[in-house]
Design a protein around this ligand. Sequence first.
Ligand SMILES: NC(=O)c1ccc[n+]([C@@H]2O[C@H](COP(=O)([O-])OP(=O)(O)OC[C@H]3O[C@@H](n4cnc5c(N)ncnc54)[C@H](OP(=O)(O)O)[C@@H]3O)[C@@H](O)[C@H]2O)c1
Length: 396
Amino acid sequence: MSLRITASRLIANSRVITAKRALSLASRATLRPTAARQFVKPMVATRGLKQINFGGTTETVYERADWPREKLLEFFKNDTMALIGYGSQGYGQGLNMRDNGLNVVLGVRKNGASWKAAIEDGWVPGENLFEVNEAISKGTYIMNLLSDAAQSETWESIKPLLTKGKTLYFSHGFSPVFKDLTHVEPPKDIDVILVAPKGSGRTVRSLFKEGRGINSSYAVWNDVTGNAHEKAQALAVAVGSGYVYQTTFEKEVNSDIYGERGCLMGGIHGMFLAQYEVLRENGHSPSEAFNETVEEATQSLYPLIGKYGMDYMYDACSTTARRGALDWYPIFKDALKPVFQDLYESTKNGSETKRSLEFNSQPDYREKLEEELKIIRGMEIWRVGKEVRKLRPENQ
Ligand SMILES: NC(=O)c1ccc[n+]([C@@H]2O[C@H](COP(=O)([O-])OP(=O)(O)OC[C@H]3O[C@@H](n4cnc5c(N)ncnc54)[C@H](OP(=O)(O)O)[C@@H]3O)[C@@H](O)[C@H]2O)c1
């Protein structure tokens, strides 16, 4: 597909140049040496609480400006954040809170992969790095960032430690919402809150270091003290969010599980494969099929959709591409909507959770997963992709 230069494109180009400048500043910030225990002073980007009209529906969003650093430190001055689990989210949220000046202790299995990674990142055994239950006993906020399967496996030993006065925190509604399957039933006499960053923990960390912030949702399960909303909003900022919108535990888990199976991962993978296979079956070369399916999408079009929206794309593409896309998007939508409806139902009725828990709790789940990933790595499309990426000038 070719993009034509239009007046709006020229305006957009100037926006791209500004964005590029910002990007080069940001990447310089990311490239700073990251020695263990290096204190990263985030650049401060602040905005304020706002009522925003999202396409006709007004919502309140909470922004970093509502919680300047001094206010955060005052709010949490008597608290110890016991963050348990040091996977992707534990890493991002833990380091951000530490750099924000909060009192954080980490709880992970001794000598596991996370324990070693935590030491590399400057957490010190006996000082701010402990085994899970010991960290919980020290914390006033218990931030459960174990894997979702592990939250269920460890619940029996964790639950008695969640005594009155503590606050329980999750980054996914999974465990409490599907309590019939996970057996995670939070105590009724403590505040239970959620902050769910809309991205990987690595992004939670890198955006924070760039002075930017991840978008997150927050929710309250139990508000015993009357302060649970404020606690969640403050903690969202403390872990590195730029802005936060409110949801419920149920809506968070349903939208998240649905989204990752749909447009974020499963759906997009299925669509790439279908398009690629048809091109190959019609005699197109692997490089042509890959370029028309994945490379152009990820390198040219999707970043523009991210920056300016799909509506902009219709304005900026050739008349031929525009006519075809206008004719075909309703056909795709009608074909796919029943699949999305089935997926939402399967999410809402717990089938997706059940499947995930059953699969991820098997002792040999890593080996089984590896077999499936091996099949994906072996697919022609992704082997071709490896070669195509090598040809990008910046990779030579
Ligand atoms: N990853 C994301 O992009 C993302 C985004 C938003 C929200 N979330 C949510 O954030 C939470 C954490 O997810 P994550 O992806 O950061 O973590 P994860 O990679 O799924 O979990 C890793 C942590 O769980 C520990 N763990 C696993 N089994 C354990 C067991 N039986 N006993 C004790 N510890 C055990 C691991 O320790 P070892 O190293 O010792 O095995 C590791 O510290 C989840 O609720 C997830 O849904 C994740």
